[in-house]
Design a protein around this ligand. Structure first.
Ligand code: SF4
Ligand code: MG
Length: 342
């Protein structure tokens, strides 16, 4: 769970009243080696916050992160450093995360050295650098190694950012929107590279995206976030073919073209369901009581307005769950009976 303390806007600052953004609540996920887990949601749903929490760039308000069953609650010390090496994060915009005054060689050497994988001799280091570039299919390495970030294409920069993460020899890769800023024509290449790395290096990958169609193509498991909470999860095929949560259904219905792996160049905007008349995600300051989706939900029932739904199993679909009262076997209320007229 992550709550950001914020101050209210100017007039409220005078009263010095402090409020809390419920950035993410009750997030519960397990990443497994050799699997890609997609975390899908609109912008502002909290998905990047989850990645930063897992990378321990943010401190948690509460909760725990375990690696191989061991708590990482204590910051500092050897256990934290081991965690920081094993869990690597890449960002949506690799341009912003690569230092413009340094070459590819500098970035990768630094990563290798920090994590103790640079070898002892200059020749060993050079071999390790070539290996890294080879892993992300930037070959021949000589063509890329002395380039500055601005001399590379967006796709090449993202590959360098991935190579830098691999320099740590991680077990977990947190990829925050790795292709959403890239040209549609090269997205598939980067996703295929990540899938290949998952298999060859037995990585656990968290793939963060607003594009549920790509989750179906690329991820083994899919989790859907809405307003800072996880609302549905299961294997990707099931979640995308038979979505259980009304929000996931809305996401799929408003995706630009479910049969295409990636949307149009404007899919970042098109995939936002508000355009299609679905209302807006709620503020994360004082989120609505009950189910956070109830103001937009066509199936809302009276209980949804006051009671937060727990994770409920979808009958007959092992591993598939939704945080939605529709899946409560004891539910007696009529779906839609509390939905607002639109
Ligand atoms: Fe939420 Fe109720 Fe709609 Fe389910 S039916 S998504 S619990 S408002
Ligand atoms: Mg984000």
């Amino acid at each position: 769970t992550k709550h950001f303390p914020v101050r209210r806007r100017v007039r409220d600052l005078l009263s010095r009243e402090r409020r809390v953004v419920h950035a993410v609540d009750d997030v519960n996920l397990v990443l497994r080696r050799g699997r890609v887990t997609a975390l899908v949601g609109e912008s502002g749903s909290g998905k990047s916050t989850v990645a930063r929490l897992l990378a321990q760039l943010y401190r948690r308000t509460s909760g725990d992160i375990r690696l191989h069953g061991e708590s990482t609650t204590v910051r500092g010390g050897r256990r934290f450093r081991a965690y920081a090496r094993r869990v690597q994060l890449t960002f949506q915009d690799p341009f912003a995360s690569l230092n413009p005054v340094h070459t590819v060689r500098y970035h990768l050497t630094r990563s290798l050295r920090i994590h103790g994988h640079g070898g002892r001799t200059a020749a060993e280091l050079e071999r390790a650098l070539h290996d890294l570039l080879g892993r992300v299919s930037l070959t021949p390495a000589e063509r890329y190694i002395d380039k500055f970030p601005h001399e590379l294409s967006g796709g090449q920069r993202q590959r360098v950012a991935i190579a830098r993460a691999l320099g740590a020899d991680p077990e977990v890769l947190l990829a925050d929107e790795p292709v959403s800023m890239l040209d549609v024509s090269i997205r598939l290449g980067v996703l295929n590279l990540l899938r290949d790395l998952k298999e060859r290096l037995n990585l656990a990958i968290l793939y963060i995206t607003h594009d549920i169609a790509s989750a179906r193509y690329f991820a083994d498991d899919t989790l859907v976030m809405y307003a800072g909470r996880m609302v549905e999860g299961g294997d990707s095929e099931t979640v995308t073919q038979r979505p259980a949560h009304p929000y996931t259904r809305l996401l799929i219905a408003s995706a630009p073209d479910p049969d295409r792996i990636q949307g149009s160049p404007t899919d970042a905007a098109a995939a936002t369901p508000e355009d299609r008349g679905g209302g807006e995600p709620p503020s994360l300051i004082d989120p609505p009581p009950g189910c956070r989706f109830h103001p937009r939900c066509p199936n809302a029932m009276p209980r949804c307005l006051t009671a937060l739904p727990p994770r409920l199993a979808v009958q007959g679909e092992p591993g598939h769950w939704a945080s939605c009262w529709l899946y409560d076997p004891e539910n007696t209320e009529t779906p839609g009976s509390a939905a607002r007229e639109v």
